[in-house]
Design a protein. Structure first.
Length: 76
């Protein structure tokens, strides 16, 4: 049986909302239309990339697509 976890008053405050990216439902784009992309990166890059997505209130795949789109515009 799982142990009970003590909650703080901040965690129970309904006025605090999670970031927009956390509120979006999975499945806005059907999974059948998506293809997994997996590769390994250095830990410091992963941490910085995740922080950048959090700072911009984006999902990781949204930030990756935005970066790639910007790269494509530069290369043309």
């Amino acid at each position: 049986m799982a142990k009970a976890v003590a909650l703080t008053s901040d965690e129970l405050n309904p006025s605090l909302k999670p970031p927009k990216a956390a509120m979006r439902q999975r499945g806005e784009v059907p999974s059948s239309e998506l293809i997994p992309l997996q590769f390994r990166m250095p830990p410091e890059f992963v941490k910085a990339f995740k922080q950048a997505a959090l700072d911009k209130d984006m999902k990781l795949n949204e930030l990756l697509k935005e970066c790639f789109d910007a790269h494509q515009k530069i290369m043309k």
